[in-house]
Design a binder for this molecule. Structure first.
Ligand code: NVA
Length: 210
């Protein structure tokens, strides 16, 4: 069996590969999607929460590649996702409708993080400046003021809420060091689960165990 695993910048490159390849293409990161990260995130939440259907997730930060894939995966599993971002940095309404239609779960957008995290079981974030957006860094730092995941924000969620970050994390920017390195942080388990989730996906694609 052969598979091409592509970690690229432009999502169009993965699409071109998929259109012309005779072997399966696995997207290992593009500027539009990060599906294997989402698989690892589901596995990590499953380990902490048990059955995921009916559970709730808040995404606090930019609606980027990681946010998009996570939302798709969560809705497919029947989870409820609330996105929180400054106006203009959240999902467009057509995008929300697309996600919402993917499964039994649901998605919503609220601007304020304090509202998004209320009683949720999991809080996810990522860097505010992703690949290819480096020139926007200053403007983004301004726009996202007040969106840092802090202990105060964690306290508004359900008791025992987990914090999730795909890393690299910028402490003091999108997350406080106290949260990133605190007892609620699942970031290291998430990183570890990238291995297991990816191996599971590859085994599935080549048909091992089926
Ligand atoms: N959103 C980040 C994810 C890195 C794994 C980026 O695209 O830079």
């Amino acid at each position: 069996h052969s598979i091409i695993c592509a970690r690229v910048f432009k999502h169009a490159v993965v699409e071109r590969l998929a259109a012309s390849s005779t072997v399966p293409i696995v997207n290992m990161l593009s500027d539009r999607a990060h599906p294997l990260q989402a698989l690892a995130d589901l596995l990590t939440m499953r380990q902490r929460l048990g059955v995921l259907a009916g559970r709730s997730v808040a995404w606090v930060g930019d609606y980027n590649n990681v946010a998009r894939s996570l939302g798709e995966a969560c809705v497919m599993l029947g989870m409820h996702v609330r996105y929180s971002a400054p106006q203009g940095y959240g999902p467009a309404s057509e995008e929300l409708a697309r996600l919402d239609a993917l499964g039994a779960g649901s998605v919503d957008y609220v601007e304020r993080p304090e509202i998004a995290v209320k009683d949720v079981d999991a809080i996810h974030t990522d860097t505010w400046t992703s690949m290819g957006q480096e020139s926007e860094r200053q403007a983004r730092l301004e726009a996202f003021k007040g969106f840092t995941v802090t202990s105060e924000l964690m306290a508004l969620a359900a008791p025992g809420v987990g914090f999730y970050h795909c890393m690299p994390a910028y402490r003091g920017v999108e997350v406080s060091a106290e949260v990133m390195d605190g007892p609620g942080s699942c970031a290291i388990a998430q990183g570890h689960n990238r291995l297991h989730a990816s191996r599971g996906l590859l085994a599935h694609v080549v048909g091992v165990g089926s």
